[in-house]
Write a protein that binds this ligand. Structure first.
Ligand SMILES: [Zn+2]
Length: 180
């Protein structure tokens, strides 16, 4: 069983532990095989990095996943106030890193290069997060909220203020490095 460790001291507004505890049971167990801990941090403290999450290999088959939360402060209030968006964002970050685990820790998927891997990880994570919502909520009103969130992100993107926050559409991350 994957252990969730919450090391946040500042960015605690998002109920991430409860979100993960809801999401993980509806996802395929085999995708988590080899994952030891999911660790929640205020921020990515590696020099020159500001990832949303990190895949952290412990051995060829085992790994930790780290999720960072300082993007919360860059959010426009409309997104800060959307529980749907916050939940989607946390699940998407988790699944993005799980995708790296499937490629590097489980060898079940292949990608041609790191750049393509980032795109594939995002697409896979986006679909997976939608799947979790589908499983958890019989009321499908969240789909309307997804649409509203997408439009909000588009609007704020034009003002270049939401580049480093989790996206609800497929996006290309700048500065991608393997295993991020
Ligand atoms: Zn990545």
């Amino acid at each position: 069983m994957v252990k969730i460790i919450d090391k946040r001291k500042i960015n605690t507004q998002i109920p991430a532990v409860s979100i993960l505890n809801q999401a993980i049971p509806v996802l395929k167990k085999k995708n988590f095989a080899g994952i030891r801990n999911i660790i929640l941090y205020d921020e990515d403290r590696r020099k020159g990095k500001k990832a949303l999450g990190t895949y952290y290999p412990l051995s060829p088959t085992r790994a930790d996943i780290k999720i960072y939360f300082n993007w919360y402060y860059n959010l426009p209030d409309e997104l800060k106030n959307s529980d749907t968006y916050l939940m989607f964002a946390v699940i998407k970050i988790l699944l993005h890193e799980i995708y790296h685990h499937i490629v590097h820790g489980q060898d079940r998927l292949k990608t041609p290069d790191p750049e393509q891997e980032e795109k594939d990880a995002d697409r896979w994570a986006d679909g997976g997060a939608r799947y979790v919502f589908d499983c958890l909520f019989t009321n499908k009103d969240y789909k309307k909220e997804f649409k509203r969130i997408r439009n909000l992100i588009k609007k704020y993107k034009e003002k270049a203020s939401v580049d480093s926050v989790p996206q609800l559409v497929m996006h290309k991350k700048q500065n991608d490095k393997k295993n991020e």
